[in-house]
Design a protein. Structure first.
Length: 133
């Protein structure tokens, strides 16, 4: 698969909603047809799905265990930190210069204060960015 073909498939996968697992399916389809798409998709979602089913069973069995309550309380801040770290990676890749960083911070603060759909804020930031930069 050439670099332009991969870039086109990656761009197509990025336009799909939800978790971006579609890239594996598209590459599998390109390389080996329908069978390749099925194998690539199963390879992408199979291990994590199996692990989820196994962990869910253990999780329910130890419903009242002290370690589970502690772990459950720790998951929320850890998840929040991982989301913030991912957001920082995206912002650092997308924002070049102080005005772009300022626009990102303003949109972030507005999103915390105002109950608007995130896509509305994204569209407003994109329009401002296009107009100002």
């Amino acid at each position: 698969m050439s670099a332009p073909q991969f870039a086109a498939l990656f761009g197509l996968a990025q336009t799909s909603p939800g978790p971006n697992m579609l890239i594996a399916t598209l590459i599998g389809l390109h390389v080996a047809g329908l069978a390749g798409a099925l194998v690539a998709t199963l390879g992408m979602i199979g291990p994590s799905s199996l692990l989820t089913v196994l962990v869910a069973g253990v999780w329910e069995r130890f419903r009242s265990a002290r370690w589970r309550l502690i772990l459950q309380a720790a998951i929320t801040p850890v998840s929040g930190g991982l989301i913030l770290a991912a957001a920082l990676v995206v912002v650092r890749a997308a924002d070049h210069g102080l005005p772009a960083w300022a626009l990102t911070v303003v949109v972030m603060l507005v999103s915390f204060r105002v109950r608007l759909h995130p896509l509305v804020l994204l569209a407003a930031a994109a329009a401002l960015g296009a107009a100002l930069f």
